[in-house]
Design a binder for this molecule. Structure first.
Ligand SMILES: [Zn+2]
Ligand SMILES: [Zn+2]
Length: 387
């Protein structure tokens, strides 16, 4: 298992997506996107195609279109992709239109849909069983008991153990006729995974695994060029800091990998490795964008999140010079004013909060809380000086 901090072990050509800008190193925030020449106002500088991994949060699965992410004030979308099982017909994905449903099916393909149904089935069965139980308290793993904060070596040890278990599950899945012990192991592994699972983590991981499978195999130890999807993912800055917190999601993430290994169709298993999951989760942690309802202001709903790799190179500013247009599967970034050569292109990480309507302390507190940095953008510096 490579080190958790495989950060940029693979330095490939940066993804430049427009004639106007390029990725450069900054002394303040890793990499950033810079103007190569004067860019007029209202110029589209980036069209970020669909996310590499995304999830619509469980409470919104009926209300946010699984293709275009449209949301209509909590109304349940009437179009669903249905499956028939012993308990009758049920929807497993919901859409704002027939076209969205068609496009989703086309993108997912037969294998993706089979995987999606398998995960939905596992979660539905689990929820039904849980609702009959008297207690909803999950069994706590030893690593989370009597501990203040996990440290990096413990996180490495957990991931290493996760990979070992993943190999045992994989071996049991891959044999033509699993032994009695292997069948029991698969049952137990699935049961244990389900008791720690977070459904949203599992769907996020599934969407990432499907993206990698669509991109085709890639072995980093061979010196062959990475397919674009892999390249886009591996170029993103990973961060293990999410695992070093009190509410460390590490056990949930391990559970998601083990569950998917137990239930996914066989052709997807080579992509559902502990290493790939670690790559996805640690990049999601600091590169994901919220999927929000399109009503602006404080009433906007946080419907889910996803990783749009090319959009991740934009750093934050409380006085951004870019705006994001047409929220949906494909994101478009446009200049909000004229931008001069060598100026950094920046967006606001404050979601739907309008930075100029917030107090400087309030903004910086919010950014520190959500993203873990002290904002020293030109607006913050100017306002702090006045105070
Ligand atoms: Zn739609
Ligand atoms: Zn700021």
């Amino acid at each position: 298992m490579p080190s958790l901090l495989e950060a940029n072990a693979l330095m490939l050509d940066p993804i430049t997506s427009a004639e106007f800008c390029e990725i450069r190193q900054t002394p303040w925030a890793g990499r950033g996107m810079f103007a190569k020449k004067t860019i007029p106002a209202s110029t589209v500088v980036l069209q970020s195609p669909e996310p590499i991994a995304y999830v619509i949060l469980q409470p919104y699965r009926h209300e946010a279109c699984d293709w275009c992410f449209a949301y209509d004030n909590g109304t349940r979308w009437p179009i669903s992709y249905d499956v028939e099982d012993k308990k009758g017909k049920r929807g497993v994905a919901w859409f704002s239109s027939d076209e969205c449903c068609d496009m989703w099916q086309e993108r997912m393909g037969a294998l993706g849909i089979e995987a999606w149904i398998a995960l939905d089935q596992a979660m539905t069965t689990y929820r039904r069983a849980r609702s009959k139980e008297k207690t909803t308290q999950p069994f706590l793993p030893p690593t989370t008991i009597n501990k203040s904060l996990p440290i990096e070596s413990e996180v490495e040890a957990i991931w290493s153990a996760c990979a070992d278990t993943a190999n045992v599950i994989l071996a049991a899945r891959l044999v033509d006729e699993p032994s009695k012990a292997q069948r029991r192991l698969l049952r137990e592994a699935q049961k244990l995974a389900l008791s720690f699972i977070d459904e949203d983590d599992a769907f996020l991981l599934l969407s990432g695994v499907l993206s990698l499978e669509r991109a085709g195999p890639f072995d980093q130890t061979l010196s062959e060029p990475a397919p674009p999807t892999w390249q886009a993912l591996l170029e993103l800055q990973p961060s293990v800091s999410l695992y070093l917190k009190n509410d460390s999601p590490i056990v949930r993430h391990v559970a998601a990998i083990h569950l998917l290994l137990c239930i996914l169709p066989l052709p997807l298993l080579p992509y559902c490795t502990a290493l790939n999951a670690l790559r996805l989760f640690t990049r999601d942690a600091c590169n994901s964008f919220g999927i929000r309802s399109q009503t602006h202001g404080s009433e906007s709903e946080f419907l889910g999140y996803g990783v749009w790799p090319s959009a991740s190179y934009f750093n934050h500013s409380c006085a951004p010079n870019l705006v994001k247009l047409s929220p949906g599967r494909e994101w478009v970034f446009e200049t909000s004013r004229e931008i001069l050569p060598d100026e950094e292109l920046r967006i606001s990480y404050l979601g739907d909060l309008a930075p100029h309507e917030m107090d400087v302390e309030e903004r910086r507190k919010q950014l520190k809380l959500t993203w873990g940095f002290d904002c020293d953008c030109p607006l913050c510096l100017a306002q702090l000086q006045i105070k």
